[in-house]
Design a protein around this ligand. Structure first.
Ligand code: PGA
Length: 240
């Protein structure tokens, strides 16, 4: 089964790249490729109003209450966002989010009619001792894997950001994606998208996106450079 590529920009705590909201930029949904931009909470509504398919980088499962500094899934949906990231490794590390928290976020997102993209991935030390599949399986088993509306992002922690060791090779990524797919509910196995994140850029995108079980990318650093992001979207378009 052919799945549509999903190319997602994770802007993290950065402003929208200049020119991104000008109609026709690569940050808009394309005819053959789904493009989603994960902005800060501040930029969500403006981007959605400009016609960009938008997501939040985190959402709290409770609808409202005494949660200083947080924003609920329902509030995010109310600002016109369609997607939400759950369990990004920076949230797991800096905010102590556990598998159970991520699972609650996913369920609340689906209830609020947001499409969750759940990040899973092992740390360098876990891969060194050969525990990468065990870690990813534990992260996945906590999730409602039979949900119709769910995307998984495999992001090995050692491949993310400027200080990364390197991006995963196409083979490493494909092997883990095939493993993730094998753990999905049978009825969702061929339709659920599994995207790769971790130093995906215009140079390695083709090799990675060509893999059988890789259905797109979650792009941090390279998504802040409009020209680079456009090239990745074009590669996905060409491979579609
Ligand atoms: P990167 O970030 O592309 O800068 O490695 C990816 C991510 O953290 O989602």
């Amino acid at each position: 089964m052919k799945r549509r590529f999903l190319i997602a920009a994770n802007l993290k705590m950065n402003p929208i790249p200049s020119g991104a909201t000008v109609s026709g930029s690569a940050y808009f949904w394309q005819s053959k490729v789904d493009v989603v931009v994960f902005t800060t909470f501040f930029d969500l509504q403006g981007c959605a109003q400009a016609g960009i398919v938008t997501g939040a980088q985190f959402g709290r499962p409770e609808a409202h209450g005494a949660f200083t500094g947080d924003v609920s899934m329902a509030m995010i949906a109310g600002r016109g966002a369609r997607y939400v990231l759950c369990g990004h490794s920076e949230r797991r590390r800096l905010h102590g989010e556990k598998d159970e928290d991520v699972s609650r976020q996913v369920k609340a997102a689906i209830e609020a009619k947001l499409h969750p993209i759940v990040c899973v991935g092992e740390r360098a030390e876990e891969r060194r001792r050969g525990a990468e599949k065990q870690v990813v399986e534990r992260q996945l088993r906590a999730l409602p894997l039979d949900a119709e509306c769910l995307t998984i992002a495999y992001e090995p922690v050692w491949a993310i950001g400027k200080d990364a060791l390197r991006a995963a090779t196409s083979d490493e990524a494909q092997q883990m994606h095939a493993f993730v797919r094998s753990l999905l509910a049978v009825e969702r196995r061929e339709t659920t998208r599994i995207i790769y994140g971790g130093n995906l850029n215009a140079d390695n995108a083709e090799g990675i996106l060509k893999q059988r079980d890789i259905d797109g990318g979650l792009i941090g650093g390279a998504s802040l450079i409009p020209e680079e992001f456009r090239k990745i979207v074009e590669i996905a378009d060409r491979l579609s």
